[in-house]
Design a protein around this ligand. Sequence first.
Ligand SMILES: [Zn+2]
Length: 122
Amino acid sequence: MTGVHPPLTADELAELTGLVAAEQDRLAAQLAALVRTFDELVDAADLEPPDDEHDPDGTTAYERAQVSSLIIETRSALAQLAAAAQRIDAGTYGRCVACGDPIGWARLAAVPAAQRCIRCAT
Ligand SMILES: [Zn+2]
């Protein structure tokens, strides 16, 4: 690994643009599914008798907390991808927002929404 990465080629940028769009689609579908699951858990909790000896509400509350944190994570990932799409439109995508150096193909391919180069991110 050298410290400095070459800037993205037009082909690489086109591929990453596709990756960002595909990730946005995937996460939007995931978010919709999570919200549905959350609503079902809320409905299920409403139907459970509160005095059940097996305390199903404890389990449901736990699942609800898990789904809820996944929803927050997915929304945050979507926001980062939207910001990446804006940088693609602005022509600043692929450059570290902290130091201005190219982020590098390998890192962007792994994390298309990356805003910082590996040096500034760590
Ligand atoms: Zn940097």
